[in-house]
Design a protein around this ligand. Structure first.
Ligand code: AP5
Ligand code: MG
Length: 187
């Protein structure tokens, strides 16, 4: 089983690219953000716990997202590969994922990092706020918190994956199709 990670700041285009990659490569797409928003929409206990954190642009506990990833892997034994979007987001999550996959005789195969500037994050997210109505897109303070949290907690993952030879970085500031072609050539 192959495991690919789509990595990048808020609004980098992870979800947009994941949809196209799934069509082309037939991966099972797992976005922890989408899964958490589904739990919030259902009003589940997990969703209620996550809502305040997400709406303020803060991370949900590692144990919650790791549990969701385990369930997704277990529920899709016939997948040709997994494309994780927005997970792992901390070094602690990456270490847990490595142990989890090691136990299955697998590993993370490649990390695809889509990089855009903080200014472009703002532009993209403020534009999307009018379309999708995500609460964490609405307030500039929340957007700034998501950007700061990315730099502080998620960016260190670059130095986690680089020495393993798994890290691939692409500029996310072209058109959707240009970026899709760059990622496709890496897969
Ligand atoms: P999540 O849903 O993962 O949000 P995010 O990482 O902030 O990323 P986004 O979904 O906002 O952006 P994206 O990269 O998918 O970009 P998109 O394709 O939509 O997580 C939300 C929250 O959940 C987190 O803040 C946290 O609280 C919690 N959470 C999730 N995972 C967690 C974890 N592992 N641990 C702890 N907490 C976790 O594109 C953005 C916009 O730009 C769209 O409008 C799109 O149409 C447009 N666009 C895309 N590509 C282009 C392009 N090339 N040119 C022009 N426009 C483009
Ligand atoms: Mg997304």
């Amino acid at each position: 089983m192959k495991y690919y990670l789509l990595f990048g700041p808020p609004g980098a285009g992870k979800g947009t690219q994941a949809k196209l990659l799934v069509e082309k490569f037939n991966f099972h797409h797992v976005s922890t953000g989408d899964l958490l928003r589904k739990e919030i929409a259902k009003g589940s206990e997990l969703g209620l716990k996550a809502k305040t954190l997400i709406d303020a642009g803060n991370f949900v506990d590692d144990s919650i997202v790791v549990g969701m990833i385990e369930s997704e892997i277990a529920a899709n034994p016939d997948a040709s590969g997994f494309l994780f979007d927005g997970f792992p987001r901390t070094v602690a999550q990456a270490e847990i994922l490595d142990k989890m996959l090691e136990g299955k005789g697998s590993q993370v195969n490649k990390v695809i990092s889509i990089i855009i500037s903080d200014e472009m994050v703002f532009q993209r997210i403020q534009h999307r706020a009018n379309i999708e109505g995500r609460k964490d897109d609405a307030d500039p303070k929340t957007i700034q918190n998501r950007i700061d949290t990315y730099h502080a907690k998620t960016e260190p993952l670059i130095e986690y994956y680089k020495p393993q030879g798994k890290y691939n970085e692409i500029c996310g500031e072209g058109t959707v199709v240009e970026i899709f072609e760059k990622i496709s050539s890496l897969l």
